[in-house]
Design a protein around this ligand. Structure first.
Ligand code: MIC
Ligand code: SF4
Length: 643
C-alpha cells in the first residue's frame, strides 16, 4: 500500500517506534529554529547539555519578538543569543531581518526535511513541503544536541482542495473555513495534508498562510506537496538546487478526509475572542473599526503587501482608524520599497513598523479601550493585544485594507475589481543580516546580561501529590492566559522568578501569591488546556510556583509535552463530569503515582475537602514516565547522563 506524504517524511526520519497513529515515535530533526522570546531559555538548556556545537544540518536563531528596547533587558537577550549562535555553530538572524517563519521560508526551508521550532507557527514551513513542527524550547535544545524528537505518530487528515479562489477571496479564507468547520481542537494529534487539483493554483506564500494557521487548529503540523510551484519559488529565492518533488502515493490512505471547494468560498472573518469563531464577513459589514494591523507570520509577504498598497493607492486611512503595517522580512520591506508600494502605504497614512512580530504579540500598538481591531494575524485570544476589552477580529490582508480605508468592516467584493498581483519571478536576495555559523566557537565568550537568571529546577515528583486546587478554568485556556506576553512581561522571558508574578494574570491575578502561600498546588482545566503558543514559560512558571499537577479534560499537544518536561503531572479526567467535583480551595490527594504510571492504569484521586474520589488517566510512554518522575527532562539528563 502506498504512503501519504506525512508517512513518507516520517519514515525517512524514523529513529524509534512504530508508525501506528497515537504510538510514540522518535524522529531525526534536520533543522531547528528558535526565536528570541523562547530562545533565551532554549539556549540556556542547550548549554547545560554540554555539547560543543549543534548537531543538526542547520539551526537558526532569530530575533523577531522582543524588539522593543525600553530598557536593557531585550537588547541584553539579543546579545546573549548572538554570542550563543557564534559559539555553537548556528545562523543568527539579526533584529530587523524579519519574522522567523517568513525568513525561514524564504532563505532556509527545504522540501522533505524535518524542522523543529520553539514557536507554534513553525508549521509555516509545510508550505514548502517540510514536516515542520512546533515544540517547547527544551525539546528544541535536545534536538540541537542531536537526539531524537519524540511525538505521538499523528493521524493524517487529508484536505482535498478543488476549484480556485474567486476574486477578493484569499488563502486566509481557506484556513478560516477549516477553523469554522473543525474548531481550535479539530487538528489535535493530526497532520493536515493538502492535496487535490486546487493545490496547483496556490503559491508558496499562500500555502504557508494555510499551514501557518494549522497551529490554530491544534494540529501537529500541516503540509503541502512539493511541486513545480515550490520549485519556482525556490528558484526565485536563488535556491532552486534544494528542490525535490514530493507528494503522496496515488493509493495512499488517510485517517480522515474532507473536501474543500475553494471556488465556493467567500471572505470570512474570525470574531472575538477565538480564531475558530468564524462567520461570513457579510454578516458583520458596517461594524465600525478603530484599528487595523497588517503583518504577522500569517500575512506579511510581498504579494500581501502589494495588494494592500493597491487597495490604498490614492486613498487615505479613515480618520477614525490607526493602520499599522509590519512587513514580514527585510526582503519584503526592501522589495515593497523598490516597487513604490511602500511610498503608497506611507502616503495613505499607514504607520510602518519594523519587520517583526510587533502588535501580534502585544509588543506595542495595543488598541484603545473597548475598540475594534481588525488584524491579518492568526490569534485573537482575549487580552493578547494588550487591551483586555478590545474586540479583535482576524481576516485577510485585503479585508483589513478595505476596513482601514472605509472605517468599517466592508465586503471587498463591493469595491469592484480585485487587485491582481503576481508572485515575483525573482526575489531580492541579500542575506547581510544573517550571520553564518563560525568555524569554531571554542574561544567565544557567552555574553550574559543581568536579566538572564539561572534555570529553575525541581526535585523528584512527590508521590502521593497532595495540594490545594488553586484554579478551575473553562475550556480552551490558552498559554496566553497562563503566561501572558506583551511589552511588560516579554522582557522577563529569561527571568522566571520575575515573570512568575504575572502567572494566570487574566484569569486570577491572586494566583501567584496564593500558590506561594500554599507551597504550590494543583490546577484544574477544561478541554484543550494550553492551546496556542509553544512557550514553555507556561509550564516553567507554574513549576516555579510549586504546581505539581494539572488535571484537565484534555490538553493541547505542545503544552502537555512542556508540562512533562518540567516535571508537572498532566492528568486527564477519566470521566469529564468529575470536573464538577473540583472546586477552588479543595485539597486533592493523588495516590500511587509511580505504580499507576508504570502499569499504565488510572490514578485514584481523593478530594479530601468533600470526601469524594474519582479517577484520572495519565497514559505515558516509559520514557515520558521516567521524565516526569525524575522531576523533568533536565533532572533526568543529570541523573542518567542521557537524553
Ligand atoms: C505566539 O504567537 O504566541 C508566539 C509568541 O509566537 C509563541 C511563542 C512565544 O510565546 O514565545 C508561539 O506561538 O509559540
Ligand atoms: Fe510572531 Fe505573531 Fe507569528 Fe507568533 S504568531 S511568531 S507573535 S508573528
Amino acid at each position: 500500500m502506498g504512503e501519504n506524504l506525512t508517512q513518507k517524511i516520517i519514515s525517512a526520519h524514523l529513529l524509534s517506534g512504530k508508525m501506528l497513529p497515537g504510538a510514540e515515535i522518535g524522529i531525526r530533526i534536520d533543522q531547528t529554529l528558535t526565536q528570541d522570546a523562547t530562545g533565551t531559555m532554549a539556549y540556556q538548556q542547550f548549554e547545560t547539555l554540554g555539547r560543543a556545537q549543534v548537531a543538526t544540518e542547520l539551526s537558526v536563531s532569530y530575533v523577531d519578538h522582543n524588539m522593543l528596547q525600553s530598557d536593557y533587558k531585550n537588547p541584553d537577550d539579543h546579545r546573549y543569543l548572538q554570542s550563543v549562535a557564534a559559539k555553537y555553530g548556528l545562523y543568527f538572524s539579526r533584529p530587523g531581518n524579519g519574522i522567523c517563519h517568513q525568513v525561514h521560508l524564504e532563505r532556509f526551508g527545504v522540501p522533505g526535511k524535518t524542522l523543529l521550532g520553539s514557536d507554534s507557527h513553525t508549521p509555516t514551513g509545510g508550505g514548502l513541503g517540510m514536516l515542520a513542527i512546533g515544540a517547547g524550547g527544551l525539546d528544541v535544545a535536545v534536538a540541537m544536541a542531536g537526539s531524537p524528537f519524540y511525538l505521538n505518530m499523528p493521524h493524517v487528515l487529508r484536505v482535498w482542495l478543488v476549484g480556485e479562489l474567486p476574486d477578493w477571496v484569499s488563502a486566509k479564507d481557506v484556513i478560516l473555513e477549516l477553523l469554522r468547520r473543525l474548531s481550535v481542537k479539530g487538528g489535535v494529534g493530526k497532520v493536515i495534508e493538502y492535496a487535490g487539483p486546487g493545490v496547483a493554483s496556490l503559491t508558496v506564500p499562500q500555502r504557508a498562510t494555510i499551514t501557518n494557521m494549522g497551529a490554530e487548529l491544534g494540529a501537529t503540523s500541516s503540509v503541502f506537496p512539493s511541486d513545480e510551484i515550490t520549485h519556482d519559488f525556490l528558484i526565485a529565492q536563488g535556491r532552486g538546487d534544494v528542490w525535490q518533488a514530493l507528494s503522496a502515493d496515488q493509493d495512499a490512505t488517510y485517517d480522515q478526509e474532507i473536501t474543500l471547494n475553494m471556488a465556493e468560498l467567500e471572505p470570512l472573518i474570525a470574531q472575538p475572542h477565538s480564531p475558530d469563531n468564524v462567520i461570513p464577513l457579510r454578516e458583520v459589514t458596517g461594524t465600525q473599526v478603530q484599528q487595523v494591523c497588517i503583518g504577522s507570520c500569517t500575512n506579511s509577504s510581498v504579494v500581501d503587501l502589494e495588494k494592500v498598497a493597491a487597495i490604498l493607492k490614492g486613498k487615505s486611512v479613515h480618520p477614525d482608524v490607526s493602520l499599522t503595517i509590519s512587513p514580514g522580512s527585510k526582503q519584503v520591506l526592501t522589495m515593497i520599497a523598490q516597487s513604490g508600494a511602500l511610498a503608497t502605504l506611507v502616503a495613505a497614512g499607514a504607520r510602518i513598523l519594523e519587520s517583526g512580530c510587533g502588535p501580534c504579540i502585544g509588543m506595542g500598538q495595543a488598541p484603545a479601550s473597548g475598540t475594534v481591531s481588525v488584524r491579518s494575524f492568526n490569534r485573537n485570544f482575549q487580552g493578547r493585544s494588550g487591551t483586555g476589552d478590545a474586540q479583535v477580529y482576524l481576516a485577510s490582508a485585503e479585508v483589513c485594507a478595505t476596513a482601514a480605508v472605509n472605517g468599517t468592516l466592508t465586503d471587498p467584493r463591493s469595491l469592484g475589481a480585485a487587485p491582481q498581483v503576481a508572485i515575483p519571478s525573482a526575489f531580492l536576495v541579500d542575506d547581510n543580516m544573517i550571520i553564518p555559523p563560525q568555524p569554531s566557537g571554542a574561544k567565544i565568550e557567552i555574553i550574559r546580561g543581568p536579566n538572564i537568571k539561572p534555570l529553575p529546577t525541581r526535585s523528584k515528583l512527590d508521590d502521593p501529590i497532595s495540594g490545594e486546587i488553586l484554579l478551575v478554568t473553562g475550556d480552551n485556556v490558552s498559554t496566553d492566559d497562563i503566561m501572558m506576553a506583551g511589552a511588560q512581561v516579554l522582557p522577563l522571558r529569561s527571568n522566571i522568578p520575575a515573570m512568575s508574578a504575572y502567572a494566570f494574570a487574566r484569569l486570577d491575578p491572586t494566583l501567584p501569591e496564593r500558590a506561594k502561600a500554599a507551597g504550590g498546588g494543583v490546577i484544574v482545566g477544561g478541554e484543550n488546556y494550553g492551546q496556542g503558543s509553544s512557550r514553555e514559560h507556561a509550564a516553567l512558571v507554574p513549576m516555579y510556583l510549586g504546581i505539581r499537577a494539572v488535571l484537565a479534560k484534555s490538553f493541547a499537544r505542545i503544552h502537555q509535552a512542556n508540562l512533562l518536561n518540567v516535571g508537572i503531572l498532566p492528568l486527564t479526567f477519566v470521566n469529564a463530569m468529575d470536573i464538577a467535583q473540583c472546586h477552588k480551595g479543595d485539597r486533592l490527594r493523588i495516590l500511587d503515582i509511580a505504580s499507576a504510571l508504570h502499569s499504565k492504569s488510572a490514578l485514584n484521586i481523593v478530594n479530601e475537602t468533600t470526601s469524594s474520589t474519582f479517577q484520572a488517566a495519565c497514559t505515558l510512554s516509559d520514557r515520558q514516565a521516567a521524565i516526569v518522575l525524575a522531576g523533568g527532562l533536565l533532572n533526568m539528563v543529570k541523573e542518567t547522563a542521557s537524553i
